[in-house]
Design a protein around this ligand. Structure first.
Ligand code: NAP
Length: 248
């Protein structure tokens, strides 16, 4: 699954799952632009250095994924400097968990903006390039809670379910132009996002997983490599769960 010469954009690539995807795709030869928003410069620089070790083109761009104009600038600059865009990975995401009774409007708006509106932003910004090339792979990182729902995560689950509906719709709209769109729905993956949970709860989750372990960011990255590569050239409009069998 080689990606030599492929130009790849990843939102939220400085750490966590986004960073693991960037590393896996760079290892396969892809040139990488990744965005970040709140990460400190040392974190961003460390990711850049790790990616450059694969002898590919790398660029980190500070841009809020929920900002329509900023996203259009990221894509336009990438197309101008890298000469195109082949793979778009929407990974940027946040949680602001609360029972609905206590969920403030501002937390609803923030999660929907960063997790869902961001996907509209990048796809709108990339579409003309994909259409002109008559090729493209869009990979959206949702979550199994977008399928199952989860108490205390109505905002997050709604944003991830929205990503799934959006992805299936654009797969239907763009398939005739050889532009594919798929979702990866991770289960419980060890990153800063899940480190917030106490260790007893993490242990309880891992007991519930048929494969009896919490997932690694690299497990998600392996699936992203498949969807980015020509090995998945007849797959579009699908949701692939990377969850150790948790939601079966
Ligand atoms: P994480 O460690 O908290 O990383 C989140 C990433 O999103 C960071 O790179 C962050 O960059 C970026 N980000 C957040 N707000 C942003 C914004 N406004 N603009 C641009 N980038 C932004 O989380 P993770 O676990 O790696 O999660 C990555 C994706 O996987 C998310 O979409 C998440 O919902 C999904 N997911 C995770 C799990 C899990 O168990 N971990 C399960 C299912 C789905 P900055 O720090 O620079 O802002």
């Amino acid at each position: 699954m080689h990606l030599k010469g492929k130009k790849i954009l990843i939102t939220g690539g400085s750490r966590g799952i986004g960073k693991a995807i960037a590393l896996k795709l760079a290892e396969a030869g892809g040139d990488i632009v990744f965005t970040y928003c709140g990460s400190d410069l040392a974190t961003v620089r460390a990711t850049e250095v790790a990616l450059q070790a694969f002898d590919v083109k790398v660029q980190a761009v500070c841009a809020d994924a929920s900002d329509f104009d900023a996203t259009h600038k990221v894509v336009a600059d990438m197309v101008a400097t890298f000469g195109g865009l082949d793979v778009l990975i929407n990974n940027a995401g946040i949680t602001k968990d609360n029972l609905l009774l206590r969920m403030p409007e501002v937390d609803w708006d923030a999660v929907l903006s960063v997790n869902l509106k961001s996907v509209f932003n990048t796809v709108k910004a990339s579409m003309k390039t994909f259409l002109k090339q008559r090729s493209g792979s869009i990979i959206n990182i949702a979550s199994i809670v977008g399928i199952s729902g989860h108490a205390g995560q109505a905002n997050y689950a709604a944003s991830k379910a929205g990503m799934i509906g959006f992805t299936k719709s654009i797969a239907l709209e763009l398939g005739s132009r050889n532009i594919r769109a798929n979702v990866i729905a991770p289960g419980f993956i060890a990153t800063a996002m899940t480190d917030q949970l106490d260790s007893t709860l993490q242990q309880a989750w891992s007991e519930k997983i048929p494969l009896k372990r919490i997932g690694l960011a690299a497990d998600v990255a392996n699936c992203a490599l498949f969807l980015a590569s020509d090995a998945s050239s007849y797959i579009t409009g699908q949701v692939i769960q990377v969850d150790g069998g948790l939601l079966t």
